[in-house]
Design a protein around this ligand. Structure first.
Ligand code: GDP
Length: 466
């Protein structure tokens, strides 16, 4: 167990009704007791709350409530105290100073969670989920982080690891008896296991696209010639959303106006503020610049006005800009101007585009009127559909973390190598080696195999006090 006793402000740094300072470590209770007036905290039961005052030398600093938690049933698995005080940053500073003068030290970013991990209370993926929970800004992100905290991913990984581990032991047993040329591990059963592992790993890997989209939102670029109606479309898309957010005091319109939530997913309209200057000049700045602009986008809304563009123009632009992982939605805007308004979805102009561009976009082309709000709901449904298509099985574990994603890919590659080795009748040593590697990569996710650099990287992203 770590001997230092650490302390930090756990609530946001600013004025609030109540602020909370947490203290963790062997001496958490005894140090707090030295600055507490009201009762002897070292004589109280664990998991109890006490009223009193915090003093620095003889000066009373604040009236507080102190919660006392003795190890091991605490977040860090160490002795822990939480002091609830009147939420002034100045009082927080005074209490922290008093704690430090009596033997505690300031916690580093993420140090409480790191201790929870080091002391075996949670595994690494659970620790990461805590950062995700704190950062969650929508329902989908919150739910996925909570699932991970409850051990969803850990369980899935541990099942896979156990399967692998059993086999690795058999293979290693063969190594011990290598002189005698016996096979303990039935090769066809091993093959079966490998297939099974690959399927499961692949489905976790596949879930990342969806998980990442749900967690971080999806970037959408709106592009088109000047006056195609880009700003009008953005306004039409964001109309209801704005009405909702304008009720929230203190929200900045600028940033919020660019994000649209559909069915719990955040769609971010890239650089909306800049779209006027930059994208309007697409002909001047050229395709290269446009490509840069949309390089992070997953979806491109390309607007055109039939009376102001030629089909060739649209076609060549889309062909230039095409990327395999970009969903292109062609929007024939201003259909209110068409005589044939009864049938607003496709006309001969669109049909020409469609015929030429089928290999380049996911067959989505629709007529809209940004100004008159025609088919805007249909467009929103199409955006939501993009997310639905990413979804794998319902209720399955979803990977949301880049680090886990990479570890899973590495495991998959190792499993694939084992498979090749088995099919080529390769020596047991090599098999054992690849199996071990696959195991290690899986172990990286839960933190069974890790190093200081990885840990430092993960926990330094936490806030202080977490
Ligand atoms: P941007 O330059 O692409 O951002 O285009 P704007 O959104 O500023 O629109 C340019 C002009 O087209 C404005 O006068 C809009 O009112 C008009 N406009 C935009 N959408 C429509 C539409 O669906 N129908 C019609 N008739 N006019 C539109």
């Amino acid at each position: 167990m770590n001997q230092d006793t650490i302390c930090a402000l756990a609530t946001a740094n600013g004025v609030g009704a109540i602020g909370i300072i947490r203290i963790s470590g062997e001496d958490a209770v005894s140090i707090t007791n030295k600055i507490f007036e009201g009762k002897d905290l070292e004589a109280v039961k664990t998991h109890t709350v006490h009223y009193g005052f915090i003093k620095d030398n003889d000066e009373v600093i604040d009236e507080v409530m102190v919660s006392v938690f003795y190890a091991p049933r605490t977040f860090t698995a160490e002795n822990s105290v939480e002091i609830s005080f009147h939420g002034s940053p100045h009082i927080a500073k005074r209490i922290l100073e008093a704690l430090i003068n009596n033997g505690a030290r300031m916690a580093k970013a993420g140090e409480f969670t790191m201790r929870a991990f080091m002391n075996g209370r949670i595994d690494l993926s659970q620790a990461e989920s805590i950062a995700d929970l704190i950062a969650s800004e929508n329902e989908a992100a919150r739910k996925m982080a909570l699932n991970q905290l409850k051990g969803g991913i850990s369980q899935e990984i541990s099942i896979l690891r156990n399967d692998l581990l059993n086999f690795t032991s058999l293979i290693e047993l063969e190594l011990d008896f290598s002189e005698e040329d016996v096979e303990f591990a039935d090769r066809s059963a091993l093959n079966q296991l490998l297939q099974n592992l690959k399927t499961k790993l692949q489905s976790l890997i596949d879930s990342f696209q969806y998980g990442n989209a749900m967690k971080n939102g999806i970037d959408v670029a709106i592009i088109g010639k000047p006056n195609a109606g880009k700003s009008t479309l953005l306004n039409a898309l964001l109309k209801e959303e704005r009405a909702i957010v304008s009720d929230i005091a203190g929200t900045t319109r600028d940033t919020i106006e660019e994000v649209l939530h559909i069915k719990g997913t955040a769609f971010r309209f890239i650089d909306t503020a800049g779209i006027r200057e930059t994208v309007d000049k697409i002909e001047e700045i050229g395709v290269k610049k446009a490509k840069e602009k949309i390089s992070t986008a997953k979806i491109l809304l390309y607007l055109y006005d039939e009376f102001d563009s030629t089909a060739e123009e649209v076609i060549s632009f889309i062909k230039e800009i095409y990327r395999e992982d970009l969903k292109v939605i062609l929007l024939h805007n201003k259909i209110d101007k068409l005589v044939d308004r009864e049938e607003p979805t496709l006309n001969s102009f669109d049909a020409q585009l469609k015929a030429e561009l089928v290999p380049y976009y996911t067959d989505t082309i629709m007529g809209i009127s940004a100004r008159d709000n025609i088919n805007i709901e249909l467009l929103k449904a199409e955006l939501a559909n993009y997310v639905e298509e990413l979804k794998t099985e319902e209720n399955a574990v979803v990977i949301t973390n880049q680090r886990h994603y990479e570890a899973l890919q590495k495991s998959f590659n190792s499993v694939q190598k084992v498979e090749e080795a088995v099919s080529m009748g390769i020596q047991t040593e090599l098999l054992a080696y690849e199996l071990r590697t696959a195991l290690e990569h899986l172990g990286e996710i839960s933190g069974e195999f890790t190093n200081d650099e990885v840990l430092g990287n993960i926990f330094s992203k936490f806030c202080i006090g977490k």
